[in-house]
Each structure stands twice: as C-alpha cells, then as structure tokens.
Design a protein around this ligand. Structure first.
Ligand code: AMP
Ligand code: GLY
Length: 424
C-alpha cells in the first residue's frame, strides 16, 4: 500500500514510524514532513491546508490511504474533500472535527448527553462575558472557542485577571476568530490524563493512557506549551477509572456524536482530569496528541494501518488493540525561548546514535535539512527523544541519557518529565 501522512511534527514522525512497521506498506509520503520523516518517507512540499493539491497528489500517485495528523486541516474539512474525490482517508469529517474546533459545541454536547465535565457558560459577546464573570468563583477558566495552538485557555485567579482575559480573547482578538465566542468554566483540580481512542462512528477503542507536561518550566511552572514531554501508561489510570470512562465518557461521546448526525471516525483525544467527584472531560481533540503519539504508538503492537482501515469501514468491533507492557517516556528538546520567541537554523549533532535501536527513538518535530544535508533546528519544539523500558523509571533514565547525546545551540528541555512517578 501507498500511504500519505499529512503534517510536519513529531506526531507525524511517530505515525510514519508506526506505518512503516506494517508489512502492507510499501511506500510512505508525508506532506509537508520534516528532516526526520524524510528518512522513512518521501516528503512532498505541499502545505497541510492545500486540500486540492493534496488530493490531486494522492490521485496521481495512487495513494491507498491518507492519514491526517494535524487539527487545522481536519477542522477545515480535508476529509470531506478527499472523500468527495473517492479517496480513502483516516480522520473525522468537518462536521465531526468540530468536537475540537469549537469548545462551545463540545461543552453543549457534554451537557446535553450527561458526559461529566466542568460547569460552564458560553459567552457570545464581551459584554455577556463580563456579565457572567459577576457570578463565578475564582480561579475561573476562560477558553477561546476555536483553535488557538493550545494557547487559548486562561486560568484566572482574580476578577481583574479574568477581565483582562475577556478583553484579550473577545475584544483584542488575540486568537483571531477563535475568540468569536468563549467558554467560561469552573476550575477543576486533580491529575490530568490523556487517552487517545480510535472511533468508527459507532465503536470506540481506547489506546494506552498517557500523561502530558504542558508547562514550559520544571515544576510545572511557566507558560503553557504544546507539550514538553510525557509518558505512557499513566499509573493513575486504574482499571476502575478505565471502566467508568469507557461507559460514561468514551462510548457516550461516540453515541452522542452519532445521535447528532455527526458520526466520528478517526482518533478522539480525551483530555481527562481525575477530580474528587470522578473523571471529567477537560477537552476533546479530533486527532492524535503531540507528543502523546510519540509515547503511545511505539507501545502499540496492533498494525496501525489495519486499525485505520477498520475505522474507515466501520469494523472496529473486529479489532483488539494490543500494547506492549513496556513503559515509554519522551523528553522534548526545544529551542530556548519556546513558546514565545526563539532562534532556529542551528546544526544538530548526535542523531546518528539512535541508528538501529528499537528501544530509543528520536522523533523530529521542527527540523530541516541544510544545504549540505546537515540537520538544522527549525521550530520551537525540535525533537522528541523517546525510550521504551520495562518500567517508567527505567524509561525516564534512558530517555534523559539519550537526550543528553543530542546537542544543538540553545537546546532547552525540562529536567523533570515523569516527576509524578516518584510520588507513587
Ligand atoms: P485545554 O486546551 O482545554 O486542554 O486546556 C489546557 C489546559 O488548561 C489543560 O490541560 C488543563 O491543565 C487546563 N484546564 C483546562 N480546563 C480546565 C478546568 N476547567 N479546570 C482546571 N484546569 C483546566
Ligand atoms: N499534547 C496536547 C495536544 O496534542 O493537544
């Protein structure tokens, strides 16, 4: 089979890596890809939002299956464009990707179908938002409705901070159209867990759990980022929680979307928080997480391509997902200054030390090839160094040892990925 993967980050590198393990796959293309992906796939210089060019490429090259990694094209309707042209594609249609594309939609869905989540109000104007703020307790959480590169969530400790937040989102339009409406919601406390699940519109198959580290600095301080590292499985995700979530959250979400005439095919990312009142949904995404894919896919024993095909054909009930017992931990190597301002274009050394290993991987996030074939930094998150080992502690030690082998100017990483493991 010929596969096309859409995206250019560490998640897409992990998807390409998983696809390459399938005996069915003879050729992988990735648009637009990056320097690491180009070692296992042919990178094609077409942007992820150029739907017609991507579809034409898939037709001309007889691509059998396209897998969309990123949120923007999914929310923008890439799957509908491919399907209209008779191309096989894995991901939700536009009317289902709204689960991620509009936080107001997802909150209203959860409320309507009794899926546990924080209490909330949707404000359609700044005036309405200021009015709602009069009756909330603090801290309060403000969320821009649309996609905002993971930065559209503000946790406000005081009424002044909340007013500033409303102004940024709805008046200054800091996140553009994502701020046409906003969600004002109750602040929840508890441990956060990410669960990715394959869905075929009817059946949902959760993958192994993961735990992200979103803040830029050690000790969970500093700004929110796309994710500075994570690990799988989460030791806090017990069988009891799994049973509860399968019934009240995962299956309930797929059923709710089907009832709304928006069957969800693809991957649903459940951002969960374990509160004193039980697990609740913090957010949905309509795709694999980044860097969740980098720790979940290396543990998956089931053929990724088989699962994607079964999801497209509505046959997920025939699949049993299997994961290795090994733990996996990933440390993101970023450019100093991320997520605000950073320099790029520096040569990276040490990447060759991963060659031939099946327990340590380096997934490229923001890299490109220089004129002489050298690999250069080309983004905020540069690499995701990932290790598999029998226990989380061993995986952590290995991932950090491996991370130290990779060097570039202005390299920055958190040194405490997996710190909660020590609390157990
Ligand atoms: P989201 O993009 O919705 O996942 O939000 C990003 C981060 O903000 C989450 O991972 C949480 O750490 C935090 N967050 C979102 N909603 C809430 C909430 N209701 N209570 C507490 N923290 C939240
Ligand atoms: N790591 C969080 C996300 O992919 O949204």
């Amino acid at each position: 089979m010929k596969i096309l993967i859409i995206g250019s980050g560490g998640r897409e590198h992990a998807l390409a890596f998983a696809a390459a393990k399938s005996p069915k796959v003879e050729k992988i293309y990735c648009a637009p890809g990056n320097a690491g992906i180009s070692e296992i796939a042919e990178c094609v210089a077409i942007g992820a939002m150029e739907f017609d060019r991507l579809a034409a490429f898939a037709e001309e090259n007889q691509v059998d299956l396209t897998i969309v990694g990123m949120d923007d094209p999914l929310v923008g309707g890439i799957v509908d464009v491919f399907e209209e042209r008779g191309l096989r594609v894995f991901g939700p249609r536009k009317n289902a990707a709204i689960l991620e594309g509009s936080k107001a939609f997802s909150k209203d869905l959860m409320q309507k179908y009794g899926i546990p989540t924080a209490s909330y109000k949707v404000a359609h104007s700044a005036e309405e938002a200021y009015r709602f703020l009069k009756d909330v307790s603090y801290p309060v959480v403000l969320k821009a409705d649309g996609l905002a590169l993971g930065k559209g969530v503000l946790i406000c400790a005081t009424p002044e901070e909340a007013s500033d937040g409303v102004r940024e989102i709805m008046e200054d339009r800091k996140f553009g159209e994502a701020g046409n409406q906003m969600v004002i919601e109750e602040f929840l406390t508890g441990r956060e867990i990410s669960v990715l699940a394959f869905a075929d519109g009817r059946t949902i198959l959760p993958m192994a759990s993961a735990m992200d580290h979103k803040r830029a600095g050690d000790g969970d301080t500093g700004l929110n980022t796309g994710g500075m590292g994570n690990f799988s499985p989460s030791p806090f995700y017990t069988d009891e929680i799994d049973r509860y979530c399968k019934e009240h959250i995962y299956q309930a979400t797929v059923d709710a979307m089907a009832s709304e005439g928006r069957p969800f095919k693809g991957v649903i990312f459940f951002g969960l928080i374990l509160t004193e009142d039980g697990p609740k949904v913090l957010e949905y995404n309509a795709r694999f997480g980044d860097p969740e894919a980098q720790v979940v896919l290396p543990r998956m024993k089931t053929d990724l391509i088989d699962v994607c095909e079964a999801a497209i054909d509505g046959r997920l009930d025939e699949i049993t997902l299997e994961f290795s017992d090994d733990a996996c931990l990933c440390v993101v190597l970023a450019s100093d200054g991320y997520p605000v301002q950073y320099e790029k274009g520096f040569p990276i050394s040490g990447l060759d030390t991963f060659a031939g290993r099946d327990d340590e991987f380096v997934f490229h996030a923001g890299t490109k090839k220089g004129e002489n074939g050298e690999i250069l930094t080309n983004g905020g998150r540069v690499l995701a160094v990932t290790a598999l080992a029998p226990t989380l502690k061993e995986a952590r030690a290995k991932a950090y040892e491996a991370a130290e082998r990779v060097t570039f100017a202005n390299r920055y990483m958190r040194h405490d990925i997996g710190h909660v493991i020590d609390e157990i």
